[in-house]
Design a binder for this molecule. Structure first.
Ligand code: PNS
Length: 171
């Protein structure tokens, strides 16, 4: 059985992530979406919240489960006997960092192969950071996040009074 891991910060999960997860689910027997800590990032959602949001939008994918891990991705992979890492590539600018991570993971765990899926053209510009930035100024994120999560993500990233202020403010 081929077990693939879709690792990421998912802070929060976007339509772009969901596209990659759905396509990975068609390619592999079992997919584990793994919320992992990226030490370079300062998250807006707790790990538990991120797991819950992803579970809500992947429930219809029978071979997908969601988990969280604090530690090295390769240690989790060994534990689960997973050998594939699936990542989405949006643009050339993603490549250098992703290539570095893929090689590091391979060095630490030679059985690990990273498979890159090219992001759907519709989602090329999309990232969790963009979602957070637009929402924090009261902008519309409906095209960026799964519709079932829109209200909850908006409520967290842009509380109502902040949205009003952001829309009206000029410097
Ligand atoms: O969504 P992101 O933030 O680009 O995902 C990066 C992530 C979380 C997959 C990466 O930082 C990671 O694998 N973190 C776990 C720690 C680890 O294994 N680091 C070594 C890989 S270079």
């Amino acid at each position: 059985m081929k077990i693939a891991i879709c690792p990421g910060s998912f802070d929060p999960v976007t339509k772009g992530h969901l596209d990659i997860i759905s396509r990975a689910a068609r390619l592999f027997d079992r997919v584990i979406v793994l919320v992992v800590i990226n030490p370079a990032k300062n998250p807006s959602f707790s790990v538990e919240e991120r797991v819950e949001l992803i579970r809500r939008v992947t429930g219809h994918l029978s071979n997908v489960t969601v988990d969280a891990y604090h530690g090295l991705l390769v240690d989790y992979m060994r534990e689960k006997q997973a050998t594939v890492i699936v990542k989405g590539l949006r643009a050339v600018s993603d490549f250098e960092y992703e290539f570095q991570m893929a090689l590091t993971n391979k060095k630490l765990y030679p059985q690990a192969d990273t498979v890159f899926l090219t992001t759907n053209a519709e989602h090329m510009y999309l990232s969790s950071s963009i979602v957070k930035q637009v929402a924090s100024f009261g902008g519309d994120i409906a095209d960026f996040v799964p519709s079932q999560l829109l209200e909850d993500i908006q409520a967290r990233l842009c509380p109502r009074d902040t949205a009003q202020e952001a829309k009206g403010a000029s410097i």
